[in-house]
Design a protein around this ligand. Structure first.
Ligand code: NCD
Length: 355
């Protein structure tokens, strides 16, 4: 069966199919009202969420299916110390598909190994968030009409912002994509993401202000500084409003550009921007439900297809452990797994951090 742990688990053609299906769902809602009748979606949310969990729930309900799960790990057996492997084995007896969010990076990879249902990663730590990317892409598609030759500004927390990492992976595969990075030095992209862009030959540059980037952007992707990933709260306070989009800065933008934000926002876009027709972030939320309907429908249809997520060739850990405090291996009793990337750098198989 097929899983979605990160956007590149889908080919460009498959992403196209999911977009087409989402648009078909928007145009013919009634045809899908019973498309998943009798099927159950489990939502396992080990980390707080409003939008994503409700969006998955609404999506399955609109497909005529049912939803079960938990929104707080403390109210489940997880609080008794159950491993992800065991939880997913158990939930496989009750549901047909699972959407899982976990604060530790790499958690969905373990779930996938033990699951008898398609696993959808609904966010793992600061690592990936592929269904947000599908949401972002459906919005780009509906607002701008295409994915080619786009200059995309990524602003805010590029270090811990999992939505940014997944968006880069997905959009790097289209012709003419360029990225403009706008973040405080402390919140720059992790090195494995910079390598990802270099590997795909994607042009990118770093600038120091939104104003400087604005005139050339087709998409401005704003993000929240991810408070929950900071060890040092004073540092969060210092950086949280380093870049704020306001009406004056919108004045530098092209007439046909869009502002996206995965939400929640906590001050990085002033409310005055909401009335600008280029502010697409609330339309983006609704697209999230449609694209999740399309994804659930498609993954259930592909149930009998072979898993296309190739396990990497692992190399000896020489007694080392992953040093990323946000990695799942720090929480669960897992064997350390390392791989070597294209540049010869040794990385953790779960969270991709350099060892
Ligand atoms: C994002 C997330 O959870 O990573 N939110 C979401 O899924 N809509 C972004 C964020 O929390 O900042």
């Amino acid at each position: 069966m097929r899983h979605l742990l990160e956007p590149t688990n889908l080919t460009v053609e498959e992403i196209d199919q999911i977009m087409e299906r989402a648009i078909d769902i928007i145009d013919h809602r009634e045809l899908y009202a019973e498309a998943c009748k009798g099927k159950k979606l489990a939502t396992l949310f080990y980390e707080p969420s409003t939008r994503t969990r409700l969006s998955f729930t609404a999506a399955m309900m609109e497909l005529g299916g049912n939803v079960l799960g938990f929104s707080d790990a403390n109210s489940s057996s997880v609080s008794k110390g159950e491993t992800i492997a065991d939880t997913i084995r158990v939930v496989s007896c009750f549901a047909d598909i699972v959407a899982m969010r976990h604060p530790k990076e790499g958690a969905p990879l373990i779930a996938k190994r033990f699951s008898r249902m398609p696993v959808i990663n609904a966010g793992d730590g600061g690592h990936n968030h592929p269904t947000q990317t599908l949401t972002d892409m459906l919005t780009i598609r509906r607002e701008l009409g295409h994915f080619d030759n786009l200059t995309i500004g990524l602003c805010g927390d590029l270090k811990y912002g999992r939505t940014v990492h997944s968006l880069i992976k997905a959009m790097s595969r289209y012709k003419g994509t360029r990225f403009v990075l706008i973040s405080p030095r402390e919140l720059q992209l992790p090195s494995y993401m910079v390598d990802e862009m270099r590997k795909s030959g994607i042009p990118y540059k770093e600038v120091n202000s939104i104003e400087e980037a604005m005139p050339e952007l087709d998409v401005l992707y704003m993000t929240r500084v991810q408070q929950e990933r900071f060890a040092d709260k004073a540092e969060y306070e210092r950086l949280k409003l380093a870049f704020v989009l306001d009406e004056e800065k919108m004045g530098y933008a092209k007439e046909k550009m869009i502002v996206l934000h995965p939400l929640p926002r906590v001050g990085e876009i002033t409310e005055g921007v909401d009335n600008d027709p280029r502010a697409a972030y609330f339309r983006q939320v609704e697209n999230g439900k449609f694209v999740r309907m399309s994804l659930i429908y498609t993954l259930l249809k592909w149930r009998d297809q072979e898993d296309n997520i190739k396990e990497r060739t692992l190399v000896s850990n020489e007694g080392k452990r992953c040093s990323n405090p946000h990695c799942i291996t720090t929480k669960e009793p897992l064997a350390q797994e390392f791989y070597v990337d294209d540049k010869g750098v040794k990385r953790c198989n779960y969270c991709d951090h350099e060892i």
